[in-house]
Design a protein around this ligand. Structure first.
Ligand code: GAP
Length: 489
């Protein structure tokens, strides 16, 4: 069994070895913090995305989904505050030439202090950092790094530059004309999908005849020039977000914020992990426009970390877009206000946002699923690696094996494939001994395998083998669809 400290490394290796995740452009030695999803990774990711989409747009009558472009008018990012404010304080080590996000550098140091039993000092360090960060005190942050003698993990020295702000947005040139002013053709790769929702708020509200409260959901790529690219797909430069903006009447945001906290936690728990693997982290330091914010943290192998953010963003974004676009982004609420006896009238709605990284959700799913099981009995050593995915997320639902490559068994197996492939993802395999085939399917998390043997020809039954228990039983071919279908519902 992998120990806690090397479990994460084992999961990363497994992802590569079994076609889930590869480093991007690996033949050229990869690109830092960019990853490609392989054949099973892409299926798993799609299943997670589909579950989220369904939970938002199908299970809520008042939420619709959109698919906005990655490129947006550059003023969008001026209005949203990203051009001026999407910065992180950075510091460079002069010896290793490595750049670090100051908060990550200090957090890593605090973690090391905790590991040495200095939890109270570590908490004091973090709280001091948060105070200085909130005040934008770059000189104070540098002094904190000096005072604690925080060293670069690469060079081992404390030979630091000053702390500077660094914008995390990627930009590129738009169109083919060369302009004198380089900034004129500059467009950004969106750092969040949310703004595509805000700028379409009225389009959707009017064409969908949406009544408040209502939500707009979106899944799509986002890009951030993260400085400290680490922890596999936890923090990437190109990633996917699943975001939903829920538009509410001003004054009701607190109750909707609580509603969405609960609703989102319920969604996570629906995948069967223990509740103790999740916790809320309420933000004490709020963005200036937010009136409440929290993270749902998951117990990753490297500890509890942010998986999803839930933010009460007030009417900040829509108001900013009104200001910069000079277009009204308001809603006419004809419900009667019991206090005045008159309709609530025109207002800029308040917004509760739920925002989760699809890649980060993928990481939580694969970390929860990964199991190294010791199967040794009576002095006979044996083990297996099994991915215990919830069946509805598994990349492949059913593997179909003819016991032998002859005697008409492959033909029956092919018929079973043809019967069920329209309903769920099936996989055909006839190579190697059955035991080996089972282990290969365990390693990619296939919940059900069926084997076709000579008895099948006589009575139309197959052996079904259950991934988690490894139990086998004889069932009629006609029962396969029911068993798998029930598990993936
Ligand atoms: N619209 C709000 C927003 O973007 P955020 O906290 O910056 O908020 C939301 O990001 C979620 O997106 C995070 O909880 C995380 O799951 C995911 N995320 C953010 N940056 C990421 C990165 N560099 N790599 C992978 N996922 C990331």
């Amino acid at each position: 069994m992998a120990t806690d400290s090397n479990r994460f490394q084992a999961i990363i290796s497994h992802c590569k070895e079994y076609g889930f995740i590869f480093p991007s452009s690996e033949i050229y030695d990869g690109l830092q913090a960019v990853y490609d999803y392989g054949q099973w990774g892409a299926e798993l990711k799609k299943n997670i995305r589909d579950q989220w989409w369904k939970s938002m747009t199908q299970m809520h009558d008042n939420i619709v989904g959109i698919d906005a472009a990655i490129f947006m008018h550059p003023t969008t990012w001026k209005a949203s505050g990203h051009v001026d404010g999407f910065n992180d304080p950075m510091i460079d080590n002069k010896d290793s030439k490595k750049r670090y996000r100051v908060d990550h550098l200090i957090e890593t140091h605090a973690d090391a202090m905790r590991a040495q039993g200095k939890a109270a000092e570590a908490d004091a360090l973090i709280s001091e950092m948060e105070k200085l960060d909130a005040a934008g005190d770059l000189v104070g942050l540098k002094k904190l790094i000096d005072d604690y003698n925080i060293k670069c993990p690469i060079s081992g020295t404390a030979n630091w530059t000053d702390v500077r702000q660094f914008n995390l947005m990627f930009s590129t040139e738009f169109g083919s004309t060369v302009s004198e002013n380089a900034d004129e053709n500059k467009v950004y790769l969106r750092p969040e999908t949310a703004q595509g929702i805000f700028v379409n708020f009225l389009n959707v509200q009017k064409t969908g005849r949406m009544k408040i409260p209502f939500g707009i959901a979106q899944v799509g790529k986002a890009f951030r020039n993260e400085i400290v690219a680490r922890q596999f797909i936890f923090r990437m430069r190109e990633f996917e977000q699943m975001e939903m903006q829920f538009f509410v009447r001003p004054g009701t945001q607190q109750e909707w914020y609580e509603y969405w906290k609960e609703e989102r936690l319920k969604w996570h728990l629906s995948f069967g992990n223990p509740a103790s693997d999740y916790r809320f982290h309420d933000h004490t330091k709020l963005a200036f426009y937010a009136d409440a914010a929290c993270d749902i943290e998951y117990n990753f192998p490297m500890g509890f970390k942010e998986l999803e953010g839930i933010h009460s963003r007030t009417n900040y974004d829509l108001t900013q877009h009104e200001k910069y676009s000079k277009k009204k982004l308001q809603y006419f609420d004809n419900e009667i206000n019991p206090e005045t006896g008159k309709p609530y009238g025109n207002y800029v709605p308040y917004v509760i946002e739920t925002s989760i990284g699809l890649d980060r959700m993928f990481l939580s799913v694969i970390c929860a699923a990964y199991d190294e099981e010791d199967l040794s009995t009576d002095g006979k050593q044996d083990s297996r690696v099994v991915l215990r995915f919830p069946a509805k997320l598994a990349p492949i639902k059913l593997a179909v094996f003819p016991l032998l490559k002859k005697d008409g068994l492959p033909e029956i197996a092919r018929d079973i494939m043809a019967k069920y492939r329209g309903e769920f993802k099936c996989f055909y395999e006839e190579k190697d001994a059955i035991g080996k085939r089972y282990r290969r399917m365990d390693a990619i998390g296939v919940p059900f395998c069926v084997t076709i043997d000579h008895q099948t020809k006589e009575d139309n039954t197959v052996t079904i083998r259950y991934r988690d228990s490894m139990q086998q039983e004889r069932i009629a071919i006609d029962q396969i669809g029911e068993i798998v279908g029930k598990a993936i519902k």
